[in-house]
Write a protein of this length. Structure first.
Ligand code: NAI
Length: 319
């Protein structure tokens, strides 16, 4: 059984992301209080987590050193926010992506938390300066942005408010490491953080290449899944440069002129509408029809691939 000293983590919002966080914190031996305004959401979340953990244990993919039953016993539902946050060391907010709603919840939490707890938002794209403006406990606040599905994709972007105390970021970094996630420090807030900026750069050029008739939508996706993506699961673009020549200096020496020449041909920001959206949609629907069964089946397949990839990455430590 986990040591009670591991501490209490509160999840605010028990939807898709809240459930994943609950499982991750329980895998690290933390007691988890899952809070929601909807009783039914909490009930569904606990049932869903029980099924998931049982499945993960059976398939040998359960994280942490505790068994599924012990991990499950660490998670409880809660409908009273005051009770939930008492004595907590970390609060992870996971309510829908709506600035006014999140600000309302942070203002409420600001009134009832102590000076020790870390207040963290899962937001995908709202900036800390908008979320935490005017809070008395702003030094204890930051964004910890996970990637879906967080149980298999470990990256977490830590984004501070300009007034966040460095100790808040350090503590959250250590906590994320403790539950097996892979935290990165975004040193200054920036729209889209880092992951989505990279993702949008790729989507943008993918769209232009299809729009200009250079490649079909399905072949474009293959370039990533059977090309770039193969090594990006293990090394990033900068290390790729370093390894693709005799080090970074040699790479820049050899390839910078070519890169700049190609980059100058990049077009403007796409509109993501009109004939191109129809063309891309048609290709995607041919592959995965847009009905709940096909979408769910394809997502299950994707998650199984990610689960196996996560296993492989554990067997191939980077250092
Ligand atoms: P969701 O809609 O699945 O879950 C939201 C939950 O919050 C629901 O259970 C709802 O009942 C609850 N809720 C609503 N108002 C509340 C309140 N006042 N107090 C407590 N609980 C309340 O949303 P999801 O997808 O889990 O997203 C949560 C956050 O995580 C969002 O900020 C989203 O941008 C972020 N995120 C989502 C990712 C995704 O792929 N879904 C990936 C990374 C971050």
């Amino acid at each position: 059984m986990a040591s009670p000293a591991a501490g209490v983590v509160v999840i605010v919002g028990s939807g898709l992301i809240g459930r994943s966080w609950a499982m991750l914190f329980a895998s690290g031996g933390f007691r988890v209080k899952l809070y929601d305004i909807e009783q039914q959401q909490v009930t569904n979340a606990l049932e869903n987590i029980r099924k998931e953990m049982t499945f993960l244990e059976q398939s040998g993919s359960l994280k942490g050193s505790l068994g599924a039953q012990d991990q499950l016993s660490l998670i409880s539902g809660c409908l009273n926010i005051q009770e939930a946050v008492e004595g907590a060391l970390h609060i992870q907010e996971c309510v829908p992506e709506n600035l006014e709603l999140k600000k309302k919840i942070f203002a409420q939490l600001d009134q009832i938390i102590d000076d020790q707890v870390v207040l963290s938002s899962s937001t995908s794209c709202l900036l800390p300066s908008q979320l935490f403006a005017g809070l008395a406990h702003v030094q204890q606040c930051l964004v910890a942005h996970p990637v879906n599905p967080p149980y298999y994709v470990p990256l977490v972007e830590l984004v501070p408010h300009p007034e966040t105390a460095p100790a808040t970021v350090d503590r959250t970094h250590a906590l994320m490491r403790k539950i097996g996630q892979s935290p990165v420090r975004v040193l200054k807030e920036m729209d889209g953080f880092v992951l989505n900026r990279l993702q949008y750069a790729v989507i943008s050029e993918a769209w232009r290449l299809v729009e200009e008739g250079i490649v079909s939508p399905s072949d474009l996706d293959l370039v990533m899944s059977d090309g770039l993506g193969m090594r990006y699961a293990f090394i990033g673009p900068l290390e790729t440069m370093h390894l693709n020549a005799e080090g970074m200096l040699s790479y820049c020496d050899r390839y910078s002129e070519g890169m700049k020449r190609v980059l100058k041909t990049f077009g403007p920001i796409p509109e993501f509408s009109g004939a191109t959206v129809e063309k891309v949609n048609q290709a995607m629907c041919l592959k995965v029809p847009v009905d709940p069964e096909h979408l769910a089946a394809r997502r299950r397949w994707r998650d199984e691939c990610l689960q196996r990839l996560a296993k492989l990455k554990r067997q191939m430590p980077s250092q």
